[in-house]
Design a binder for this molecule. Structure first.
Ligand code: C2E
Ligand code: CA
Ligand code: CA
Ligand code: CA
Length: 271
């Protein structure tokens, strides 16, 4: 039995070793990237009912010296597995707030910028204090910042979530639930949370011509309304999607139909 066990292990060893090596390399490279300032933020416009840009979501990019632009889908999960998401997340918050200020000084007044916060980052005991400090350092008002948390993060430790959300809300920060609808979790917690927005996951928007997805989208919109929450759809790529969502009462949009994520100085404020 021991023999065969060893055989089966050695059979899988090369690929596991390979991916472990790859992860280790990537982890080392991320540390360098932080020091060498290889990370940057792109911004994706969010539009209102009149299709006017009123806000933007900050999305991290990694300008790797040899690999070119690395997608966050590739490095954020690994950063989350290590502690690296903490300094990366702190940098994102600081940089997004700095950009709000820079736009303000240029006379470009966005209502807010939405920033993605990972679960591990949000769970830090001093997270609220960190946010407060960034706002002070960058001299921007709390209402200019929206924090996007996933449903998974929210329900992972609901008591801690409520406590932090209440503190953030008291400061004036708004919270949006990202990728809403894919968590399959009990939705009963929603009314006990100080939320301001639900963000319909792009997977539903993509399949909006499918009856099941359309029903889910309609349900999310109705739920948001009955809770008094703003609702935004992400991953909006076509006019048909815009029209369907508008007809159902979702009046805020983000997606390639309006704009891809772009560097801060390339945002077109009138589309
Ligand atoms: P997300 O927060 O759900 O961000 C939306 C993703 O959808 C972005 O991918 C965006 O570029 C993409 N997207 C927007 N509109 C469309 C569209 O019309 N069609 C399609 N096909 N895609 C669209 P991106 O920038 O690659 O980011 C992927 C994920 O990485 C994000 O998903 C988020 O979970 C994570 N991420 C990005 N930046 C940060 C960050 O600063 N901090 C943390 N913790 N996570 C981040
Ligand atoms: Ca997001
Ligand atoms: Ca999302
Ligand atoms: Ca997502």
């Amino acid at each position: 039995a021991k023999e065969s066990g060893r055989n089966s292990i050695s059979f899988y060893l090369p690929s596991m070793q390979e991916s472990a090596d790859r992860r280790l390399t990537l982890e080392k490279e991320m540390r360098v990237a932080l020091q060498e300032r290889q990370f940057l933020l792109h911004y994706q416009p969010q539009v209102n009912e009149q299709h006017k840009v009123i806000s933007a979501e900050a999305l991290i990019r990694w300008q790797h010296p040899t690999k070119g632009m690395v997608s966050p889908a590739e490095f954020i999960p690994l950063a989350e597995d290590t502690q690296l998401i903490l300094p990366i997340g702190a940098w994102v918050l600081q940089e997004a707030c700095r950009q709000i200020k820079a736009w303000d000084l240029q006379g470009i007044k966005l209502d807010h910028v939405a920033v993605n916060v990972s679960s591990r980052q949000f769970r830090q005991s001093d997270f609220v204090q960190q946010v407060k400090q960034v706002l002070l350092d960058t001299d921007i008002q709390a209402k200019r910042l929206v924090i996007e948390l996933t449903e998974g993060c929210v329900i992972e430790d609901i008591e801690d979530t409520i406590e932090k959300m209440q503190a953030l809300q008291a400061m004036g920060i708004r919270i949006s639930i990202d990728d809403f609808g894919i968590g399959y979790s009990s939705l009963s917690y929603l009314k006990s949370l100080p939320l301001s927005q639900l963000k319909i996951d792009q997977s539903f928007v993509k399949q909006i011509d499918n009856v099941n997805a359309a029903v889910i989208v309609e349900t999310i919109i109705m739920m948001a309304k009955s809770l008094g929450l703003n609702v935004i759809a992400e991953g909006v790529e076509t006019l048909e999607q815009v029209n369907f969502l508008t007809a159902k009462g979702c009046l805020n949009f983000q997606g390639y139909y309006f704009s891809r994520p772009v560097p801060a100085d390339e945002i077109k404020f009138t589309l």
